[in-house]
Design a protein around this ligand. Structure first.
Ligand SMILES: NC(=O)c1ccc[n+]([C@@H]2O[C@H](COP(=O)([O-])OP(=O)(O)OC[C@H]3O[C@@H](n4cnc5c(N)ncnc54)[C@H](OP(=O)(O)O)[C@@H]3O)[C@@H](O)[C@H]2O)c1
Length: 249
């Protein structure tokens, strides 16, 4: 039986690396993308079924060439996990449009570059799955999350909009919305992180969720649903409640 071909971006660390290892354990062959580094090469050397395809997701031309190179080497991509992303916590006093632009270039436009490369190959095949990694921080505004939350909210809206067409074309588009996962990205957070998970646990939930049928794969469920409820509150209640629970006053 042919092995599933999985493409993972942001594969060199954190959640992406754990997702690569989880799919290898599932018997897939994994194309691993991150910017060129020893840690990406090390991951490929550590696993027979992982091949490194180094690229920067902000470079649209390089990403198109990467998708073509993966398909030439491994065959059609069955599943793509667009996970690469970054975080830049900010307070109002330090807000800079340039910093927001830089973060959007990776989290939003980098993911868009991957979609632009994937959709023209998957849509005519009427098959394949694309999972875009957003975050529960995309649900609603949270302290220090002005750049990051905006980028992740944009990914939700982008995928919801595209899904109307991808559904008709037989391409399975999903959004993954993790809560807090212990990685180099969350090491930047200076506040206590509720329901903090290990990357291996997060990766297991991604693999399981993407086998299911839900558009949104979110975890830990209890935390995600608390945030979803918060977003339904009137603002006069929302702001004091979040400020108190995150100790920003
Ligand atoms: N950790 C959490 O609590 C959490 C929660 C919700 C959502 N998420 C999302 O999950 C994803 C992974 O987060 P993480 O916590 O695992 O972060 P991480 O440990 O910082 O890893 C980020 C990955 O993205 C890659 N990357 C960054 N910029 C890139 C670029 N321009 N081109 C290609 N690759 C790039 C990094 O590799 P190089 O630097 O080597 O290129 C690395 O492999 C992100 O989208 C993040 O927003 C994380």
């Amino acid at each position: 039986m042919p092995r599933e071909v999985v493409w993972v971006t942001g594969a060199s660390a954190g959640i992406g690396k754990a997702i690569v290892e989880a799919y290898v354990a599932e018997g897939a062959v994994v194309a691993a993308t991150a910017r060129p580094s020893e840690r990406l090469e090390g991951l490929a050397q550590a696993h027979e079924n992982v091949l490194a395809f180094p690229a920067d997701i902000t470079d649209a031309t390089a990403i198109k060439a990467t998708v073509a190179a993966i398909e030439e080497r491994l065959g059609p991509i069955d599943r793509a996990i667009l996970n690469a992303g970054t975080h830049h916590p900010v307070k109002a006093q330090d807000f800079k449009a340039d910093d927001l632009r830089a973060l959007m270039e990776t989290n939003l436009m980098g993911t868009a570059n991957c979609l632009e490369a994937l959709l023209p190959v998957m849509l005519p095949r009427r098959g394949g799955q694309i999972a875009v990694v957003s975050s529960v921080a995309g649900y609603t505004g949270l302290p220090t999350s002005a750049y990051y939350g905006a980028s992740k909210a944009a990914l939700f809206n982008l995928c919801e909009s595209l899904k109307f067409d991808t559904d008709k074309a037989g391409v399975d588009l999903r959004v993954v919305a993790p809560g807090f996962v212990r990685t180099p990205l969350t090491d930047k957070n200076e506040f206590p992180m509720p329901f903090l998970m290990e990357p291996e646990d997060a990766a297991k939930r991604v693999v399981k969720g993407l086998k299911g049928r839900r558009f949104e794969v979110t975890f830990p469920r209890r935390f995600a649903y608390q945030l979803k409820l918060l977003r339904c509150l009137p603002y006069w209640l929302y702001f004091p409640l979040v400020a108190r629970s995150t100790k920003t006053r």
